[in-house]
Design a protein around this ligand. Structure first.
Ligand SMILES: C/C(=C\COP(=O)(O)OP(=O)(O)O)CCC[C@H](C)CCC[C@H](C)CCCC(C)C
Ligand SMILES: O=C(O)C1=CC(=O)c2ccccc2C1=O
Length: 298
């Protein structure tokens, strides 16, 4: 192997470890919650919006860095070359980097609370962090019991989006909760898809992910249902007048949904081929939810 080939595959490993596209998952609930707030109140504070987005990205970085730390302790990542702990060989560096991200993320939330003299958002975001910790940290490790999808739904759906809405309006909204069901489900679909290629490693480490429990073939059959519910709910709520018609723009996510269903339907039991499916799910989540938010702003 030439030096350049080695450098290229190293760069690929680092990119796979850092997972840049995954961070859209932190931006989306803040964007959509803010868009619903604008739709209902015509209020949009750009400073709070920007600080909240930065904090959400930092908090998700904490979640991912600490995931590599905790997974290194259970042995589940021993074959995962793109774990940051395996790449650096320095668990305590990743642990402290994770804590730094969490501290900075919470500092941003504290700044918003201090400007508004209201600590509600801090409570909501600490709840999201607690759900994130329960997913992977001892003694809970609920992700190992196959319960991660429920935590994910609430963190990125009702709780995370209520925090975003509240940061703009300092009040609550039932419409925002309906919208958060769609965002929560689209985010949960990403986590669900992330398990398909890991069945062997998960089984060996005693992790009973939903795909380990139900098998890859049944899991693949659930994906069109997930996508159908996300887009179908929007269509029904537009039909009954709950959502504005422009939110149908979220159907821009349909091509990614079709690609995801076909890809996982064909390759669900081929780890090498199915491993990229969570990024197709990220595409679906990004386009459908970005444009759902645009539909509330137009
Ligand atoms: C870290 C997550 C998934 C990785 O899972 P896994 O270990 O199977 O994957 P690897 O193979 O890559 O090791 C995501 C877990 C999501 C969790 C249930 C909820 C996280 C909540 C966040 C802390 C909320 C942050 C955003 C909020 C402010 C809107
Ligand atoms: O690495 C992963 O598999 C995931 C990382 C992540 O931050 C996330 C957030 C929300 C839903 C799913 C996921 C992942 O699957």
């Amino acid at each position: 192997m030439t030096t350049r080939t080695i450098e290229r595959s190293n760069a690929k490993l680092w990119l796979a470890a850092i997972k840049p596209p995954m961070y859209s998952v932190a931006i989306v609930p803040i964007w959509v919650g803010t868009a619903v707030a604008f739709y209902e109140t015509s209020v949009l504070d750009w400073v709070i919006f920007s600080v909240f987005i930065s904090s959400a990205i930092l908090i998700l970085a904490w979640e991912n860095l600490s995931n590599d730390v905790f997974d290194s302790e259970t042995g589940i990542d021993k074959n995962k070359a793109h774990s940051l702990v395996n790449l650096t060989g320095n668990k305590s560096l990743i642990f402290w980097l994770a804590n730094l991200c969490l501290t900075l993320g919470i500092a941003g939330v504290l700044a918003i609370c201090w400007w508004q003299r209201d600590w509600t958002i801090l409570g909501l975001i600490l709840t999201c962090c607690f759900l994130g910790y329960c997913y992977q940290g001892p003694p809970f490790r609920l992700g190992y019991q196959g319960l991660g999808e429920f935590l994910c739904f609430f963190a990125f759906g009702p709780v995370g989006m209520s925090a975003a809405y509240y940061s703009q309006t300092q009040t609550w909204s039932s419409l925002n909760l309906w919208v958060s069901v769609v965002v929560g489900m689209a985010t949960t679909l990403i986590l669900f898809c992330s398990h398909f290629h890991q069945v062997d490693d998960d089984l060996a480490a005693g992790k009973r992910s939903p795909i380990v429990r139900m098998g890859t073939a049944t899991g693949a059959k659930l994906i069109p249902i997930f996508c159908g519910i996300c887009l179908g709910l929007t269509a029904v709520w537009v039909a009954v007048g709950l959502f504005p018609a422009w939110t149908l723009l979220s159907f821009a996510g349909l091509p990614a949904a079709v690609e995801l269903c076909r890809h996982v339907g064909t390759y669900h039991d081929r780890p090498d081929r199915v491993s990229n499916c969570k990024f197709i799910a990220v595409n679906f989540h990004f386009w459908s939810c970005l444009l759902l938010g645009v539909g509330f702003v137009l």
